[in-house]
Design a binder for this molecule. Structure first.
Ligand code: PLP
Length: 502
């Protein structure tokens, strides 16, 4: 199987190249040229196996330049019971809210308690193997600018992975105390964590500048190193996400919640559009999905786009209690647009160029009609988010985080509006303990908040009796290893020193 750029269809690469390179030279994203279609026998075979078995099947169909042994090794190293707290890294929970049934796909049982672990636990293994195939013998240097979740998930994924080094920059006042402590206590011989005096945009701009400075690239090359990216547009982050939708369907059939062949809807709390796109890609492989319900918070640029066909990022940015969805440019949407435009690189390029220059583009009525057949967009604000957490906990004893609550709320709105009773799989993207303060305020609005994040975790645990995930519980006693703070202008020198080459 080969991949081409969404902005230049004649730019064709192998899977290993797509993963090693991250983004195409023309600025486009790599997409598979076709999708394998699974027939009934294939699905029935997947029912009989476990998560790892399902992952191996999907990976082998997309990574045709990897050997079976290589894929086995990647999957076995990534989805261990030790790292994911059990044999199924993405288990289902069944509950309901009023008469509305909720089939919740819990994607947060990994080492950092957010769904990004599902991809970032395996990406380092895919990447080192891809580099070996394309740039044999080089060591990869991963630079990450993070507003919180991605940095920690990338650190955990790359820690002590051979032939890699990872350096994470975060805004000194721009992450939660829990996120800061998660990163500064990171273990591993090949990891470095540094705060920068600036905001997330400064961190991101600083990293991009380092990536594109020829003198730095040369210095790395002299030392047998090269830069690589763990960012969410890398095909190696998207592919692992296809697996859990297929696996959820299999689990629901095996649990007697669906008859084989029944249609489902999918509901996803959306930021960069990676997670929901993975479910759409699963449907192109024959997973029977009727509707994709795209849930946003107050930053409802995607809701407006799905409803009007106009994508317009020129609007106020809101800081919400579901921060991982506070995004105005959803980069993976480009891959959906490419598909909806009939794989037109010219049209995709036109829209993306307009987005860059004027922050806005409009798709044709035809494309909008195709999109609306499959996609529904909705949003809710922070008050509705907290109300949803509270009702779900009071009525059913099920505790969810703020991002998941946005999805549940938008799903309730969808059902009220359409009466559609197709069973829905709701992606749950973080442990409630990762956002203890907002969750605590939702379930105990009148209680006085304790001072530290760890006391909030304890209080939430007392109130709900829901177990605290081991990786968060153990954090309390860990000592910080990293305390560096650097000016944005000093980031290049910081990187060279951290790599011992300047
Ligand atoms: C990253 C993230 C999202 C958004 O996912 P996308 O794939 O970017 O749409 C939602 N919830 C949580 C908790 C996240 O960390």
């Amino acid at each position: 199987m080969f991949y081409n750029s969404t902005q230049n269809a004649s730019e064709v690469v192998s899977a290993a190249q797509a993963i090693a390179q991250g983004i195409s030279k023309d600025g486009g994203l790599f997409v598979p040229q076709e999708f394998p279609r699974y027939d009934e026998a294939t699905f029935r075979a997947l029912l009989q196996t476990d998560y790892k078995g399902r992952a191996k099947k999907v990976f082998s169909d997309f990574l045709t330049d990897f050997t079976e042994e290589e894929i086995d090794e990647c999957v076995e190293k990534a989805y261990t019971a030790a790292k994911f707290g059990g044999d199924n890294p993405a288990p289902m929970a069944y509950t309901q809210l009023g008469d509305t049934k909720l089939n919740i796909l819990e994607l947060w049982h990994g080492p950092t308690c957010a769904f990004k672990d599902m991809a970032l636990q395996i990406l380092p293994h895919l990447l080192t193997k891809s580099l070996k195939k394309t740039y044999d013998g080089k060591n990869a240097v991963i630079l990450v600018a993070t507003s919180g979740d991605t940095g920690k998930a990338a650190l955990e994924g790359f820690k002590d992975v051979e032939h890699t080094k990872i350096i994470v920059f975060y805004p000194v006042d721009g992450v939660s105390p829990m996120q800061k402590h998660q990163m500064n206590t990171q273990e591993g011989e090949n990891v470095t964590v540094c705060a920068i005096k600036g905001n997330f945009d400064d961190a991101q701009t600083g990293v991009k500048k380092i990536f594109t400075t020829p003198a730095i690239a040369e210095k790395l090359a002299e030392n047998n190193m090269l830069f690589s990216s763990a960012n969410s547009i890398n095909w190696g982050r998207l592919l692992p996400q296809i697996v859990y939708y297929i696996s959820a369907y299999c689990d629901m059939v095996n649990d007697g919640k669906l008859a084989f062949g029944d249609k489902i809807n999918v509901v996803v709390p959306t930021g960069n559009f990676g997670n929901i796109l993975a479910s759409y890609y699963a449907s192109l492989m024959s997973l029977p999905v009727a509707k994709f319900i795209c849930a946003s918070n107050a930053n409802n640029v995607l809701t407006d786009f799905i409803n009007t066909g106009v994508y317009d990022k020129n609007r106020q940015f809101y800081t919400t209690m579901s921060p991982s969805m506070d995004i105005l440019v959803s980069s993976n949407l480009e891959r959906l647009l490419y598909k909806l435009s009939g794989n037109s690189d010219a049209t995709t390029r036109e829209w993306m160029t307009a987005l860059k220059s004027v922050g806005k583009y409009e798709v044709s009525d035809e494309v909008k009609a195709v999109m609306n057949e499959k996609f529904y967009g909705g949003f809710c604000d922070d008050k509705q988010t907290q109300d949803t957490i509270s009702r779900l906990f009071r009525q059913e004893g099920y505790l969810c985080d703020t991002h998941t609550a946005v999805a549940v709320n938008v799903y309730e709105q969808y059902v009220a509006k359409t009466g559609d009773d197709t069973p829905a799989v709701i992606a749950s993207t973080a442990s409630p303990y990762k956002f203890s303060k907002s969750v605590l305020q939702a379930v105990a609005p009148d209680a006085a908040l304790p001072e530290t994040e760890f006391d909030m975790v304890d209080m939430l645990n007392d109130l709900t009796k829901m177990p605290v995930p081991a990786p968060l519980a153990s954090l309390k006693d860990k000592k910080a290893r990293f305390s560096d703070v650097t000016a944005v202008d000093d980031m290049p020198q910081y990187v060279l020193s951290a790599l011992n080459i300047g």
